[in-house]
Design a protein around this ligand. Structure first.
Ligand SMILES: [Zn+2]
Ligand SMILES: [Zn+2]
Length: 161
């Protein structure tokens, strides 16, 4: 999805709504399509591209190893420039040839928005370290492993008797 920006850059006060969907087939964390509702705007000479992307996150929980899916919304806002004023500014998106590759930009925003630890739910209880049971579904009854310093102490006590 490319957005033509020449008319926007050249007209202060102009704006354009751009809604589109795409299916990132090589992105395994996204199930199905991404629905984007967005707009480009020229406010007092500053051109911005902002909006929301709705998608379904599909992942394996880092704690309990179950597959899960969950609807997610990512909001984004970028300042667009047609040429870079100074080299060391990462805050601006440089638009080459007055065309914005909106799909690539939104895809990047989605990936950057994902947490490094993906959990099926915030309070996922994970797996029992002894028997591997999924503790979200049942209490397995395993005894918690005893702290090793405590184990030494208990061993000393037993030797005394
Ligand atoms: Zn989980
Ligand atoms: Zn267990």
């Amino acid at each position: 999805m490319f957005i033509e920006l020449e008319a926007i850059f050249n007209n202060v006060g102009s704006s354009k709504r751009v809604d589109f969907s795409f299916t990132p087939e090589d992105e395994q964390l996204v199930s199905g399509s991404v629905d984007v509702r967005s707009a480009v705007e020229n406010r007092a000479g500053i051109v911005t591209y902002s909006g929301k992307a709705d998608f379904v996150l599909s992942a394996v929980c880092d704690r309990c190893a179950e597959n899960f899916t969950r609807p997610e919304t990512v909001e984004f806002e970028h300042v667009l420039v047609s040429e870079l004023q100074s080299e060391d500014n990462d805050d601006f998106i440089l638009v080459e040839g007055m065309k914005l590759d909106a799909e690539s930009l939104v895809r990047e925003d989605i990936i950057l928005s994902l947490p490094t630890q993906l959990l099926c739910k915030q309070d996922c209880k994970g797996l029992c370290q002894l028997c591997g049971a999924n503790l979200n579904y049942k209490q397995c009854g395993c005894k918690k492993p005893v702290d090793s310093r405590l184990a030494v102490l208990m061993q000393l006590l037993e030797d005394d008797y």
